[in-house]
Design a protein around this ligand. Sequence first.
Ligand code: SF4
Length: 170
Amino acid sequence: MKPETKPSMEELLREAGPLVHLDVLDNLLNQARARSLWPLTFGLACCAIELMATGAARFDMDRFGAGVFRPSARQADVMIVAGTISRKMGPVIQALWEQMPPPKWAIAFGGCTIDGGPFKYPNQYAIVEGADKIIPVDVYVPGCPPRPEALINGILKLEEKIKAGKRFQA
Ligand code: SF4
C-alpha cells in the first residue's frame, strides 16, 4: 500500500489562495487604488476646460486623491473622457485606453461623451455617440458642461465602486 503523502506548501497555497489571500489582499489594494487615482492628462473639447478647473486650486482634486495627472497613458489608471468625440479621435482614444495598464477605469464627463450631446442628430456622420461605444465606461457625469463639483461627485462614485471591488477592467 502506497504511503499517504502530505501536500506540499505550494499546493496548500494554491488551494487556499482564492479563499484567503485574494480577498484580504484585494480589499486592501482596492482601498489604496481608490484613493490614489492617476488621471490621464487628456481633453477633447469644452468639457476639458471644466476638467482643468477641477484640477486647479479652487476645486483641488488632490483632496480626493485624484490630482496626479499623468502625461503618459502608461502611467495612468483613470481616463476622464472630456469633450466631443469626433470619429477621427475615436481610434486615438482607443489606442490610449489600450496603453493604460490594468486595473483601469473610465469616466464619461459631459453630454457629448455620454451620447453625443448637442451634436447628435439623425444621419450625422462626424461624432461618436458616446464614449461607451469605443471603451468601457464606469461612471457617467451629465451636463453641458458639467460643473467641477459634478466631476468631483463622479470621482467619489468611482472611488466607491473601486472600494467595493465592483469592477476591474482587464
Ligand atoms: S457636453 Fe457641452 S460643454 Fe461638454 S464638450 Fe459637449 S458641447 Fe462642449
